[in-house]
Design a binder for this molecule. Structure first.
Ligand code: 2NE
Length: 271
């Protein structure tokens, strides 16, 4: 892994190998719980990876083997509608990161060892693929700690593991081991802890061999219905981008710039 320079991150690590960018939540003293600054850094790294054309896949993980992420840092949870940053401003920017995971056109793989809990587990859910170590444990704690995620945390979970199971997860706040999570369809694979990185990289390499455009459009397709019109917009944006690459799309632009009427007559009206 080679560190990606140019960022003064305090809460995350950001590095790469081959075409894979890795973002690591790095607050092991609190099981990688996030504060607003942590999520801001993750979003900056994710945007960087998105715009780096040599990156095809992103891994989101947690430092150490004890936790992927334990959700929002309860010690900076304020009384004013969010988690306080160092300036005292309240945020719920976990929701912003959720959107950015959805809209990043590259596959994002959660590599999970240990605890995947609360808002951290919602981030895991949002990732496109999850590879877990056999020591991973999953769960939501919201109703226990005075919180809930009634957006993707509830709705997407229900679509992923079924409504009854999703209600169980939230209404009982139990924890589930990696094998149980796999059986529910919550995650994609369970591997021994000492093979977690190797196996995750193998999954990433497989995706790197495939068509980036096909993966991009499939990701938006999987998200389109659950994201409503914003999801349709994402999917449609891909159609526009592809159309811009055609002679037919370029004829309209060229005609405008050349101050002439466009001639679309040579383009077929396909069945
Ligand atoms: C994760 C879990 C089950 C682990 O238990 P255990 O016994 O293995 O570890 P322990 O001792 O609880 O944790 C180790 C240290 O990490 C801190 C603990 O306070 C402890 O610190 P020290 O006593 O050593 O000083 N720690 C762990 N999680 C933390 C957290 N989230 N915030 C601050 N410090 C944390 C157990 O630790 C646990 O249940 N953690 C809390 C999980 C939780 O409730 N997370 C928040 C859910 S709400 C949320 O994430 C959210 C949302 O609902 C909506 C929007 C945004 C966020």
């Amino acid at each position: 892994w080679t560190p990606i320079e140019g960022f003064a991150f305090t809460d995350i690590l950001y590095d790469r190998t081959e075409g894979i960018a890795r973002i690591t939540l790095n607050r092991p003293q609190v099981h990688n719980a996030f504060r607003p600054e942590t999520l801001e850094e993750v979003m900056r790294a994710l945007r960087h990876a998105r715009f780096d054309s040599s990156v095809g896949v992103v891994i989101l993980t947690g430092a150490g083997t004890k936790a992927f992420c334990s959700g929002g840092d309860q010690s900076v949870r304020g009384d004013d509608g969010g988690y306080k940053d160092e300036a005292g401003v309240h945020h719920l920017n976990a929701l912003d990161l959720q959107r950015e995971i959805r809209t990043c056109p590259k596959p994002i793989v959660a590599m999970v060892a240990g605890w995947s809990i609360g808002g951290g587990n919602v981030l895991q859910l949002l990732c496109d693929i999850t590879i877990a170590a056999d020591n991973a444990r999953f769960g939501q704690t919201g109703p226990k700690v005075g919180s809930f995620d009634a957006g993707f945390g509830a709705g997407l979970l229900a679509r992923t593991i079924g409504v009854k199971k999703a209600k169980e997860v939230w209404f009982l706040c139990r924890q589930y081991d990696a094998q149980e999570a796999l059986e529910m369809g919550w995650i994609n694979a369970v591997v021994p802890l000492d093979r977690l990185e190797e196996e995750t990289i193998a999954w990433c390499r497989r995706m790197l061999e495939l068509s980036p455009t096909a993966l991009r459009i499939l990701k938006t397709a999987f998200n389109a219905d659950s994201d409503g019109l914003a999801g349709v917009q994402e999917l449609a944006g891909n159609a526009t981008a592809l159309f811009y690459m055609t002679d037919e799309g370029q004829e309209g632009r060229n005609a405008f710039l050349e101050k002439r009427a466009p001639d679309f007559s040579k383009f077929p009206r396909r069945p």
